[in-house]
Structures are given as structure tokens and as C-alpha cells.
Write a protein that binds this ligand. Sequence first.
Ligand SMILES: O=C(CO)[C@H](O)[C@H](O)COP(=O)(O)O
Length: 240
Amino acid sequence: MDQLKRQAAARALEQVRDGMQLGLGTGSTAKHFVELLGERVAAGLKVIGVPTSEATRLDATRCGVPLTTLDEIDHLDITIDGADEIDPALNLIKGGGGALLREKIVAAASDRMIVIADDTKWVPTLGKFPLPIEVIPFGLGATRRAIEKAFAECGVSGQMAVRKAKGGDKDGHVFVTDGGHWIVDAQLGQIGDPAGLASALSAIPGVVEHGLFIGLASSAVLAGGEGIRVIVERRKPKGD
Ligand SMILES: O=C(CO)[C@H](O)[C@H](O)COP(=O)(O)O
């Protein structure tokens, strides 16, 4: 599986050109991309990156990839990031690694988002992977009730659980995001109308962000046993 992730990352790297400003994703697949990019930088490629998490900031620094912020530059050429699920319209569930808020800000600031993944992430309908919803700890009971109401209105239902940290010195404690928030994971099974659910969740006070990435990915590079598939979304690219 790790080999497939690296192959997808290597294919996406072929899109990177000298002078580009890149969004750097988070997770095990994005980490391969950062490592491969670091090799190209060491060989003379001139790029600059905006990391989507503190973990990626550390990886990129270790790999020698120069970094900046969205305060210093006004746009990104490409964001390359992993995903937890990808549907045929290139809608995504992201946030398994807890970085969904920064990942979405960075993807939205990019001309293009290339999703890199092994092909087990490709699904006909989003929802088997628990949907991460980043919340403010204050008033969580009220926020959860509002989320349940939004689920009912969108024809979905399922258990919700506040995410706990796994491993390390925080094992078993509530998982805290880079932004200081919590994550509620919702087991929905199938999300028939991801765009509708995304809008409903975004309207809830107390919800900082959710892991539905609608209309952000421009292509997906999927590596599997049979080779690599590149799926390109046919919507108009941003700015055209
Ligand atoms: O959304 C993410 C982190 O917030 C990751 O991109 C997603 O969880 C996929 O991770 P991996 O490449 O390790 O399977």
C-alpha cells in the first residue's frame, strides 16, 4: 500500500514546474509527495510550499522544501493532498489525519488540487469513512444537536464520537487539531447529497469546518495493482 501511495505521489510530482507555489497536504500519501519534492529541490527545482499542518511543516523542513504562508503570497498553483474517500465527481472526504481546516483553506487558495491516493479510496458514494467535523469545544452539546438536525434534513443519520488521540503521550485524550479545536467523527454509511450536507454543516455555529470537499479537487491520481489512473474533473477550472 505504501508503494502505491508513493507511486501516486511521484505521478503528481510530474505536474510541478520551476517557480510554482504549492500547497502541501497532510497524511501518509502527502508525506511521500513532500519527500519526493525534497529530492527534486535538492537537485535544483525552485518551488515554495504552504504546509497544511504542523506535521507537514516539520516534514517539509526536514526535506529541505522552502516554506511560506498564505499571508506572504496571494495564490497557490497546485495543492497536492491525500484523501480518505474520493467519489466519481471528485468530491472528497478528508480529515482522517485531523488537518481538514488548513487543508481546505489551502485547497481553496489553489488554482488546482491534485488528490493522490491508493485506489482503495475510490468509492461510488461517500460516507463509509466517518465524516470528520471540526468543532469548537464550547457548547458542544448544542452543536451536536444542530448537526443531528442537519443530518435528518439531509436524509442521513449515524453515530457521532469525539475523536480521541491514538498513540504517543496524548493517547486516549481528546484529539486537538492544529487550530485548537475538537473533531466529531460521524458514521453515516452513505451520503446521498454531499453538497447539500456540506452547506447544512457549514451553516451551524460551532462547526469550524467539515471534511466534505466539494468542487475543490481538479484531478485524482489513483495507484492500484493494475497501474495508475488519472481522473480529471470536467468542471471549468477556477478563474476561467
Ligand atoms: O485528510 C487527510 C488529513 O487530514 C489525509 O489526506 C487523509 O486522511 C488521507 O491520509 P493518508 O494519505 O494517510 O491515507
